[in-house]
Every structure is written in structure tokens, then in C-alpha cells.
Design a protein around this ligand. Structure first.
Ligand code: ADP
Ligand code: MG
Length: 246
């Protein structure tokens, strides 16, 4: 579903991604770990077309973005890729002047051009799916952080993405609200969604991931199934990372 080949990205002379090769198969849950500044967010932003890549190529659900292609072709591919992937950020970025339901149906009306009635019906189902059926008329300011993040997930799902990208979706939440967001993500995983998740939630990584990737300093250090990653890491850099978080 996602392949990157020698993907690189620099900002001026600062090389942030130094030739990244990853593969995410359909229904994989890949959790990306790594210290702050290692390039995790930049990788996700490249995959979602929020950053232009500097070198290499990547593919999402059959759409290829190649750094050597013309700018016009790259932009065209990037536009198509945005339709394939939903992204959930640390900050929920909901429209403050729209209700929970209003936020979820916004893209259905403006992008998918669905009639309001149909959008509302889909929006209600999605709010129900993230456990917020009784909050559809609430504005973001009256929702907890965990509820806002669940609305943001429902809003992404409304666009029927082939893959979901999560960038530290629980890092801005009070500890008691982390669980409700992770359990929505667990359910999505169980339903077969393909997910690439940057997170520091080790329990989630261990229990839900099909594969763990450790990034540091723009490189992939190690890639392994969770049990092997946590119990028998092959790289010294991985062992050091695991010691620091424990
Ligand atoms: P992570 O998500 O792993 O913490 P990031 O991808 O956010 O790492 O950042 C990796 C590096 O890229 C950092 O050194 C950061 O300062 C730099 N960086 C990220 N975005 C930009 C940008 N728009 N302009 C310049 N440097 C950036
Ligand atoms: Mg980040």
C-alpha cells in the first residue's frame, strides 16, 4: 500500500530524510518510533503530499511520486495521493465554528459534493463509530481533547482513505484521555485499515503493530516485528533507545 525508495528530503542544506526505504502492506499497522527530530513527521508529511520530496520516490496505493519527474506531474500525483490517505495530527485542527458533525461532513460536502442529507447520514454513522453519537451538536471548545481527536479521526475516515497516517495522535492529550483514542485506533486496525502510526505509546506498539520501525537522524535504524523489536533488538542504537524509554 505504501512503498518508499531512497526517499530523501532536505530543508536548505539540512538533510532530514536520508534515503528512507519502507514498505507498508495492506492491513499492516506500522508503528514508527524514534527520538524527537529524527524525521518522523517529515516522513508522514512527504507521504501525504504536505512536503515536496528532494530525492527518491514513493508510492501510495499505486500512485507514484518521483523526485525526478516534472514538478507538474509530481503535483498531480500528490493531489491524488491526498485523496488516498487520511492524516491525523497531534493537534486536532478542527474547525472551531463548526459542530462535531459539521466537522465530519465538511469534506463530504465540499470535496465529495454529496447532498447535505447523505453527508449527515454518513457523518452520524462515523461519529457513532468513534463513540460520539451523543455529541454531534457540540462545538470543539465543549469537547475534551480525546473527544476532539476522535472527531478528527471520524473526519478523516469520511474521505474513505486507503491508508491512515497518524502523527503522535495522543501526545497532546491528558494521560486519562489517551486510552479512548488508542481504543478507536485499535478498532480501526481490527477492521483492516492500513495504518502508519508515529507514536510513543509502547503498549499500543507492542500489542497492535504488525511491524515497528525505529528512526533516528533521518535514517531507519531497525525494522522488525514487535516481539523481536522489543525483546531481541539487533542494533545497539535500538537497545539504547529502549533503555532510554524504560
Ligand atoms: P520528528 O517528527 O521525528 O520529531 P521532524 O520531522 O519534525 O522530526 O523534524 C526533523 C528535522 O527536520 C528537525 O531537525 C526539524 O527541525 C527539521 N524540520 C522539520 N520541518 C522543517 C521545516 N519546515 N523547515 C526546516 N526544518 C524543518
Ligand atoms: Mg514529529
Amino acid at each position: 500500500m505504501i512503498t518508499t525508495t531512497g526517499l530523501s528530503k532536505h530543508f536548505q542544506d539540512h538533510e532530514v530524510l536520508k534515503g528512507i526505504n519502507i514498505q507498508v502492506a495492506a492491513q499492516d499497522i506500522v508503528v514508527v518510533l524514534g527520538p524527537s527530530g529524527s524525521g518522523k513527521s517529515t516522513l508522514l508529511r512527504c507521504l501525504n503530499g504536505l512536503e515536496d520530496i528532494s530525492g527518491g520516490s514513493f508510492e501510495v496505493n499505486g500512485i507514484v511520486v518521483d523526485a525526478t519527474a516534472s514538478r507538474r506531474l509530481r503535483q498531480q500525483a500528490t493531489r491524488n495521493i491526498r485523496k488516498q490517505s487520511g492524516m491525523v495530527f497531534q493537534q486536532f485542527n478542527l474547525y472551531p465554528h463548526k459542530t462535531a458533525l459539521g466537522n465530519v461532513i465538511e469534506g463530504l460536502i465540499t470535496v465529495k459534493k454529496l447532498p447535505k442529507e447523505q453527508a449527515v447520514s454518513i457523518g452520524r454513522k462515523l461519529l457513532d463509530r468513534v463513540g460520539l453519537a451523543d455529541r454531534e451538536e457540540y462545538y470543539p471548545s465543549r469537547l475534551s481533547g480525546g473527544q476532539q481527536q476522535r472527531v478528527a479521526i471520524a473526519r478523516s475516515l469520511a474521505m474513505e482513505p486507503a491508508v491512515m497516517l497518524f502523527d503522535e495522535p495522543t501526545s497532546a492529550l491528558d494521560p486519562e484521555l489517551v486510552g479512548e483514542v488508542l481504543s478507536v485506533m485499535r478498532e480501526l486496525a481490527q477492521e483492516g485499515m492500513t495504518m502508519l502510526v508515529v507514536s510513543h505509546e509502547m503498549k499500543f506498539a507492542r500489542e497492535v503493530a504488525t511491524k515497528i520501525i525505529l528512526m533516528a537522524d533521518g535514517h531507519i535504524i531497525e525494522e522488525a516485528a514487535p516481539q523481536r523489536f522489543f525483546e531481541d533488538p539487533q542494533e545497539e542504537r535500538t537497545r539504547r533507545f529502549l533503555r532510554q524509554i524504560n
